[in-house]
Structures are given as structure tokens and as C-alpha cells.
Design a protein. Structure first.
Length: 272
């Protein structure tokens, strides 16, 4: 099995688990750069960006520790699917629990509340060998239910950009998004980097942007192919890792293909 499902009791437990203190601890654990955030952004080709409804902070526990990544709502039939990086949810043969998504989180406000996971799945390549070329996961969130039984679906309130599993290729223009360190109210918690993507030695499938040094906690953020600046266009992949080559820093993303599409469809159609 390359994924994990959650009961309604698990959902309630994760909602109670993520207190402000634990959220702060998870953010601090993900922000392990020796530089402060301002100097990191100034030196890395990144710029700050205000909260976006369909991009959020993803919290989880794994290995007895709290952690956080970035996730993004994507268009789906269920209106409940979020994309992120596989290494956030499965690492060293251990699946994450207490999975919670906070769209448009700015460190203080939760305009769309929080959402618990129903089911998530990582790619087979990541599950079997932690293949970084397929470092992708999809999560189906549970709908929120009001006191009168009325259900609210994530994409209906957050929005959900289109997805494409055959578009990403070198020499196209991309914009990557991810969360920076969020400690208290942060009016521009996202960081973004844009430019022409390319493949480099040692990574036959992933595509990189440079100079582009995404901070810890940004993993799993959306990558859009768009001709205009901003979180617009079609999502074609997710951020994965950062690597230094010589004097240049590259941020890698996973271009979605057939394996990622299979996981997306399986998650979207999951019935618990």
C-alpha cells in the first residue's frame, strides 16, 4: 500500500492536535536555515507574495516529530484534492499522521479554516525506492460538515487551478511557490521564483530553476506554467528539493507525468 486513509475520529484528533504551540514548533523545525528569512530572500532570487486561497501550509507528524510543508488545491472531480511532495508524507518507511491543511495561512489568520485528510497516496517510485524524480503525493481532504449536515468542499471555497500531466518540459516558463518561515502574523508568507526551467546533469527527469533557493518548509509547493506573474495558469508539478551546483543554487520540481496522474486519479476517486 502506498498511502494512508483516515477516519472521522482521526480527523477530529488532528484538528485538536494542532494547537498554536505545535504549529509554531512545526514551523520552527522546518525553518532550519542559519540565515534569517529576509537575507535568504534577498540572496536567492526569491520574492515574497501575499497569501493565496488555494496554496496552504500542510502540517503532519512523522517519526514522533511535527513537520510542515506546502500544499496546493488542484482541480478535481471530488473538489477535495491537494498536491504536495511525497517526502513530506512518507519517509524512511514511515507514513505521516495528523495531516492538516491550512489554506491561505499567514501565521495568525485561517480564513478558510483547517481541513483534515481522508486519504493520501505517494507515487510507487517514491514508496519503493524514494526516487526523487517522482517525489509527488496527492491528498483527498474530508469535506467540512456544518451542524445541519451541509457539506462544504475545499475547491469551492479556495479555488482550484487546472492541472496537466503532459505539459511540463524544459525551456518553458514556470513560477514556483512555497511557504517561508511563518512565525506570528506574516503579511507575505509565500516566496516565489520564476523563470525558464531546464534539466541539468544528474537529474534526467526533474526540471530546475536557477538561481532559486527555496527555504525549508516550501517543499510540495505548486509549480505553474504561465505567461504572467502570479499563481495563475496550469499546475504542472510540485517543488521537491534545492541543490547547489558550483556558484548557483537550483530549486528542483517534479514534472507530473503518467505515474503522478495515476496517483491523482486514485486519490480523487477514493471512497472511505
Amino acid at each position: 500500500m502506498t498511502g494512508k486513509s483516515f477516519s472521522d475520529e482521526d480527523d477530529a484528533a488532528s484538528a485538536a492536535y494542532w494547537t498554536p504551540e505545535r504549529i509554531h514548533k512545526a514551523d520552527a523545525a522546518s525553518a532550519d536555515s542559519p540565515e534569517d528569512d529576509a537575507s535568504l530572500v534577498q540572496s536567492s532570487g526569491l520574492t515574497h507574495y501575499e497569501p493565496v486561497y488555494w496554496i496552504g501550509r500542510l502540517y503532519f507528524t512523522r517519526g514522533g516529530q511535527e513537520g510542515s510543508c506546502t500544499g496546493s488545491v488542484v482541480k478535481s472531480d471530488s473538489r477535495l484534492v491537494v498536491a504536495t511532495a511525497a517526502h513530506c508524507l512518507y519517509f524512511d518507511r514511515e507514513f505521516a499522521t495528523n495531516v492538516r491543511f491550512i489554506p491561505a495561512w499567514d501565521g495568525a489568520n485561517k480564513p478558510l479554516l483547517t481541513w483534515g485528510a481522508d486519504f493520501y497516496q505517494v507515487t510507487t517510485s517514491w514508496h519503493s525506492s524514494m526516487d526523487a524524480q517522482h517525489d509527488t503525493a496527492f491528498i483527498k481532504m474530508k469535506p467540512r460538515e456544518d451542524w445541519d449536515g451541509k457539506k462544504t468542499y475545499l475547491a469551492d471555497v479556495a479555488g482550484a487551478p487546472r492541472v496537466d500531466f503532459a505539459l511540463a518540459a524544459p525551456r518553458l516558463h514556470y513560477e514556483m511557490f512555497g511557504y517561508s518561515q511563518v512565525s506570528g502574523y506574516t503579511p507575505a508568507p509565500l516566496v516565489t521564483c520564476s523563470g525558464e526551467g531546464d534539466r541539468f546533469i544528474g537529474s534526467p527527469r526533474r526540471i530546475g530553476l536557477m538561481p532559486c533557493q527555496f527555504p525549508p518548509g516550501s517543499s510540495g509547493g505548486p509549480v505553474y506554467h504561465a505567461s504572467t506573474r502570479g499563481p495563475n495558469g496550469t499546475q504542472v508539478g510540485n517543488t521537491s528539493s534545492v541543490q547547489t551546483l558550483g556558484n548557483t543554487v537550483i530549486s528542483w520540481f517534479v514534472p507530473w507525468g503518467s505515474e503522478e496522474h495515476a496517483v491523482y486519479k486514485n486519490v480523487d476517486t477514493f471512497v472511505g
